[in-house]
Design a protein around this ligand. Sequence first.
Ligand code: CMC
Length: 436
Amino acid sequence: MQSSENKATLSFSNGAPSVELPIYKGTVGPDVIDIRKLYAQTDMFTYDPGFMSTAACQSSITYIDGDKGELLYRGYPIEQLARNCDYLETCYLLLYGELPNETQKADFTRMVSSHTMVHEQMQFFLRGFRRDAHPMAIMTGLVGAMSAFYRDSADIHNPKHREISAIRLIAKMPTLVAMAYKYTVGEPFAYPQNHLSYAGNFLRMMFATPCQEYKVNPVLEHALDRFFILHADHEQNASTSTVRLCGSSGTNPFAAIAAGVACLWGPAHGGANEAALNMLYDIQKEGGVEKIGEFIKKVKDKNSTVRLMGFGHRVYKNYDPRAKLMQETCDEVLTNLGLGNDPLFKLAKTLEKIALEDEYFVSRKLYPNVDFYSGIVQRAIGIPPTLFTAIFALARTVGWIAQLNEMIADPEYKIGRPRQLFEGSPRRDVKPLGQR
Ligand code: CMC
């Protein structure tokens, strides 16, 4: 960390001595005030529920400028990565810090491909679930269960183990998601085919049956690969912070990633893509474009809990750059599939236009996020909405594991242990049962 010449001084109105706090500079973005010694010096904690102003770690992986609507992986703009690289190159970049050259890319691809199969026993574990279980319930279980199957790479303090478990997780997530899907629709599992691309193999495992030959559609393959790139990492969001906090106890990487999967499930986070598509379906059912005005009214009503799903972001106070790329992909996929006049896509575009001109959204700086269009893309590919978040988890696994490995390798890393402002009862004595 680079110290700044500036220092922050914290003074108190009760005359207690003021405290000088060091300031550190990042390469870009806001500086941070180091408050680690604050408690020792003042007997006070800071209070910041929701981490509105708190940097919980130092990181060199992903940078977001929310005001500009900029997203960089290891310094590279997301637009350039999405247009010039594939998902496995992006994984390499997130894990190792640099884009691979040709040989490194070939070696990395070979390594990931050679780990795509899951232990055969895993399917018996999967079969214990109800057929109608939500795929995220299944994924939370399956990813956690990996720690029982791959104990030989579970020591988080061993760099070799960390590397092998990273490769295993990236390689096996598509297989597990596709198995969860096949299980819920009652079709036989399709084993991975390692000559296919990462996205192509996933499409085949999802949609191939033993009854007929499956040919990967290159437009859908490209769309899915872009979806994976756009979701690969997003700095210290809720699920990534969950993975870091969980991993900070020294637990194995599979358990830490399972915690990330569980956190991602929520509708304010990864579950938003499913919720956004369901919202579009609901508006469509009630009359489509004509009903947008009524829907927006509900969203703006202080007494209603309805939100415009796929809009708003804690960090982006401008257009989410991933949403632009997703909208482009949406156009490509729908055109390729002859769905250029898809009513849901038209509805989404109209809804977006109306919201972007509405004072409520303008004044709160609410813009479309990546989930606004990703549901339409996935639905066009044939992916059911209940599987959307599991596919987000598949793509985000590399970010989680890169962030986890970065934390473990950081000499300043400590077990995460937030403090609290206690507002409950002070000490009191237990009365015998008859006197309570
Ligand atoms: N629709 C309507 N109003 C909204 C929305 C929305 N989607 N998002 C925020 N607001 C309003 C909110 O009611 C509040 O208004 P007021 O100041 O009058 O009380 C104001 O904007 C600030 O909202 P907030 O909840 O304090 O903002 P936040 O930073 O805590 O929440 C968010 C961020 C993403 C949880 C929120 O915008 C939201 O719920 N969006 C819909 C869900 C969604 O699309 N989530 C996907 C996020 S991107 C994928 C990912 O990274 O996981």
